[in-house]
Ligand binder design. Structure first.
Ligand SMILES: C[S@@+](CC[C@H](N)C(=O)[O-])C[C@H]1O[C@@H](n2cnc3c(N)ncnc32)[C@H](O)[C@@H]1O
Length: 187
């Protein structure tokens, strides 16, 4: 969140932001982003892509209610089944929807300010990191938007650069490894 969402907001001074996450999983990245945006009164439009959504019961067992404000947690867990079907306003600032599909099947007319690419590591799911998957993902990045991921491999850097983006290292969350940040700098 620091190197993606906060970096984007610092650079752009926006009062609204759209985020696409590849690999929604437990929703931790959404919860932290929505908690921040709610506190800062920033409109958040968040789409997660998830091929194998967890059940509401599994989400309830994550313990993430301890990391975010109770009101956000309550509305997230209450609306989780619905966000798998359509876009839902969770509070006055945060909208969420989860596209229940594989990355390469995801289609949208929308482009996003920030993309969190949170696939399993390349050793487990190499197909998520090949040029087709990365190029497909970057189609949904707005000009001026940023793409962030925890993987910093030579292959990934080369792929992203070949698609015309600028690549840099960025700090990870406290105690975490560095991240790769890529920006689409042309308009
Ligand atoms: C590293 S985990 C994501 C963790 C998640 N961001 C969280 O905070 O819990 C990777 C996720 O990608 C999902 N996934 C695997 N293959 C996928 C595909 N082809 N398309 C979309 N999601 C996929 C997995 O089900 C898993 O939830």
């Amino acid at each position: 969140m620091e190197s993606g969402l906060k970096h984007f907001l610092l650079t752009n001074k926006n009062d609204n932001v759209s985020i696409l996450e590849v690999g929604f999983g437990t929703g931790l990245n959404f919860l932290l982003s929505a908690d921040y945006c709610t506190a800062e009164n920033i409109q958040l439009d968040y789409t997660g892509i998830e091929a194998y959504p967890l059940t509401t019961e599994m989400i309830g067992q994550t313990g993430y209610n301890e990391y975010v404000t109770p009101a956000l947690w309550d509305t997230f867990i209450h609306n989780y089944p619905e966000v798998l079907q359509k876009q839902v306003n969770l509070n006055t600032t945060s909208q969420l929807q989860i596209a229940h599909c594989k990355l390469l099947d995801f289609q949208s007319d929308k482009q996003y300010d920030v993309i969190y690419f949170d696939a399993f590591a390349v050793v487990y799911q190499p197909e998520m990191w090949d040029e087709a998957a990365i190029a497909h993902t970057l189609k949904f990045l707005k000009p001026g938007g940023v793409f962030v991921t925890y993987a910093i491999t030579g292959n990934l850097k080369r792929t992203i650069k070949s698609l015309g983006l600028r690549v840099e290292k960025a700090p990870g969350a406290p105690g975490k490894r560095e991240m790769l940040r890529a920006s689409r700098t042309w308009i």
